[in-house]
Write a protein that binds this ligand. Structure first.
Ligand code: SF4
Length: 694
């Protein structure tokens, strides 16, 4: 399990690629250093700046090391028993006064599978509340909904990343892995070295778009129209795969009709993508023997995200690019455990194993593993934004872990006010995040290298993060916190503190479900560099490639979904004439709670900015570096202007890693997708105002 006695093989604390790395003990203030782990097949030793600097977050510095309890308006150090007793009393008292659903739980897509599993169990068994969801709803829920709709099963990539270079063409939609997960880019380079072509769809000419054979730059929020236009061209040119459509799909006639109603000239007008570029993209996709469409947050984080992803899946199905090697649709999940975090019960509508909470058979199976009456389990709850929006109203007390919604939630100013209006807020975190600063109780917990647990990467590969160092004195693991709270609520027995015991229970709870982990053990993960689910028994080899024989719907066929383009929930107008889109930068991760505390990363990405085209800047009288006010219907923030020709002149971009002035999510629109309940992070309307220097 270790390269040497002093080196522990583990994985990066950040994104969904879950790069393998080694941690070597140093004996210094930063207790380990990161070393290469070339044997892990996904990243083959490569790490980005976030990963190679990951050890810095283990330094004592800004770490919390004692519980904090608010007294006289101030967060003050307290003992664990005092803090846990207070939390248990307040959660119990809130449920008694207002009903069980007045106590909410909010989790995160970076939690290990074991934590996500036990957090969901804690909500449903110890609290018996339906009010649980997590920040992964903000990440890939539209892709998950569309994948389930089309294939009967959602797994981010239904094939290993190593299959990508074998495709003849890849269309990458709204994804910038050159900044979000740089080691992944090698697969795109290998694709091109093998003669394959890369098409990137992004309103900005990103570092990833620079690598492409063809870059399409649609207006934010128009990816659905773009996909419809491509499908129209494919049909009109007779490039559909009729044998595949007849043999392996249903619903083509309605989908074909919907696409044919979207004339390419109309699509050109809606998207701003010139027709010759549309035709070239369709040609590259159809000329390839096998092709892929990979989406990320661009098309997914829209109020029509599910239909948008369905439109891209329809393109794959119509051309026979699904359910065969080196072809298909996949989602590049973002958060570290974006995949596993959505499978084991912290989602409002799900039970472990990706089972549905409103399915009687699923409830009976999981209740039997938990030793409770199925009728005692609450039903589905509200989605993440709806849960946050209900704080201080229906939900009066909240237990939050692994998330920082003050920075990462849409309409962040409103969410902050909702958090402030709670009767009681308890936050478990590694550092005093912007959300923890609002809490009544803060519980300091261990982090990645200080505890063992499994994660499921973007390929559906279950991997093992191993403990390399002890957590600082005074810090407990999330599993210990859940056990201690459950014990105070009369349920301690069902909440193991040993992660392997928790995983073994998760295996039983997931057995027979869509995401079946029954055959996956810590030993197998270590021996096999991860195991792909579903894996139903110790003898089962795991499933790197899904759908090769049949899709997961009962009839074995994939389903087309006819979809129509519709405008963004908030289009530019006279008062707010510019589109704002949001995203990520290379040196920061998500809400920045960890990476903003790493000197090397802060030096590379020290603060927020708004990116705009020189033509727009000229009209506004703004120069590079000037302070600019970004004004939307939801707020006003002031941030430096960064001028670049790499963005459309009708669009501005803000990275979302910072709070306060420069916060992008102050502006983002909480309009929700009707299927996935994903907010519209990627398109809203703003105006820019120059700010006179003092
Ligand atoms: Fe970590 Fe992702 Fe960077 Fe890999 S690509 S080192 S997993 S942040």
């Amino acid at each position: 399990m270790s390269n040497t006695v002093a080196t522990t093989d583990t994985h990066c604390p950040y994104c969904a690629l879950q790069c393998g790395m080694g941690l070597r003990r140093t004996g210094g203030a930063v207790p380990v250093s990161v070393v290469e782990r070339p044997g892990f097949p996904v990243n083959r030793g490569a790490l980005c700046g976030k990963g190679s600097n990951a050890a810095a977050v283990l330094a004592p510095g800004a770490r919390l090391s004692t519980p904090l309890v608010r007294r006289d308006g101030e967060l003050r150090p307290a003992g664990w028993d005092e803090a846990l007793d207070l939390v248990a009393d307040r959660l119990t008292g809130t449920a008694a006064a207002y009903g069980r659903d007045a106590v909410g739980v909010f989790g995160g897509g970076g939690l290990t599978n074991e934590k996500a599993y036990l957090l969901g169990k804690f909500a449903r068994v110890a609290l018996r509340t339906s009010a649980i969801d997590y920040n992964g709803r903000f990440c890939m829920s539209s892709a998950a909904a569309a994948g389930t709709r089309a294939f009967g099963l959602d797994r981010g990539l239904p094939f290993p990343v190593a299959d990508i270079p074998g495709a003849g063409c890849v269309i990458l939609v709204g994804s910038n892995p050159a900044e979000t997960m740089p080691p992944f880019v090698r697969y795109l380079r290998e694709l091109r070295e093998n003669g394959g072509t890369l098409v990137v769809v992004d309103p900005r000419r990103t570092r990833t778009a620079e690598l492409a054979d063809l870059h399409l730059a649609p207006r934010p929020g128009t990816d659905l129209a773009l996909a419809l236009g491509l499908l129209h061209l494919v049909v009109a040119d007779g490039r559909t795969d009729e044998d595949f459509i007849a043999g392996r799909t249903t619903g083509w006639a309605e989908t074909r009709a919907a696409a044919m109603a979207h004339w390419p000239e109309h699509v050109e007008a809606v998207t701003g993508v010139p027709l010759p570029q549309l035709r070239e993209a369709a040609r590259l996709f159809c000329d390839a023997d096998s092709a892929m469409v990979l989406t990320a947050r661009g098309p997914e984080q829209q109020a029509k995200g599910t239909d948008t992803v369905s439109a891209w899946i329809n393109l794959c199905l119509a051309t026979g690019n699904a359910g065969r090697p080196n072809a298909g649709y996949g989602c590049l999940t973002g958060q570290g455990n974006g995949q596993g975090g959505r499978e084991h019960g912290q989602k409002a509508d799900q039970l472990p194993g990706y089972r549905k909470l409103d399915d009687p058979a699923a409830r009976a199976h999981v209740a039997a593993v938990w030793g409770v009456d199925p009728d005692s389990l609450p039903g589905p709850g509200r989605s993440a934004y709806e849960l946050l929006d209900s704080l201080g109203g229906e939900v009066r007390a909240l237990l939050l872990t692994g998330s920082n919604p003050v920075v990462s939630a849409p309409h962040a100013g409103h969410v902050t006010e909702r958090l402030r209006s709670l009767d009681f807020l308890v936050v478990s975190d590694v550092v005093l995040s912007e959300t923890a600063e609002l809490a009544d109780v803060v519980l300091p917990v261990a982090q990645w290298a200080e505890e063992t647990g499994t994660m499921t990467n973007l390929e559906g590969r279950v991997i093992l993060r191993r403990k390399a160092v002890d957590a600082p004195a005074g810090v407990r693991t999330d599993l210990e916190v859940l056990h201690a709270l459950a014990a105070r609520l009369g349920h301690g027995e069902g909440f193991p503190t040993d992660p392997e015991k928790a995983f073994d229970e998760l295996r039983r709870a997931s057995a027979g479900g869509p995401a079946d982990y029954a055959g996956i053990s810590y030993e197998r993960i270590a021996a096999e560099d991860g195991v792909f689910w579903p894996c139903s028994s110790p003898e089962h080899p795991g499933t790197p490639r899904l759908f090769l024989e049949r899709f997961a719907h009962p009839d074995g066929r994939a389903r087309f979904t006819p979809v129509q383009h519709r405008p963004a929930a908030e289009e530019p107008d006279a008062r707010y004439p510019v589109r704002l889109t949001t995203g990520r930068v290379l040196a920061q991760y998500q809400s920045g709670a960890q990476t903003r505390r790493v000197d090397a990363l802060n030096a590379a990405a020290p603060g927020p900015y708004v990116e705009l085209h020189p033509l727009l800047a000229d009209r506004l009288g703004v120069r590079d570096g000037d302070q600019v006010a970004v004004v939307s219907r939801r707020g006003r923030t002031v941030t430096p202007a960064r001028l670049t020709t790499a963005i459309r002149p009708d669009t501005v971009f803000m990275p979302f890693h910072w709070a306060g002035e420069g916060s992008a999510n102050i502006h983002t629109n909480p309009a929700l997708d009707p299927v996935s309940r994903m907010p519209e992070f990627k398109a809203c309307a703003v105006r820019l105002e120059p700010v006179a220097s003092a």
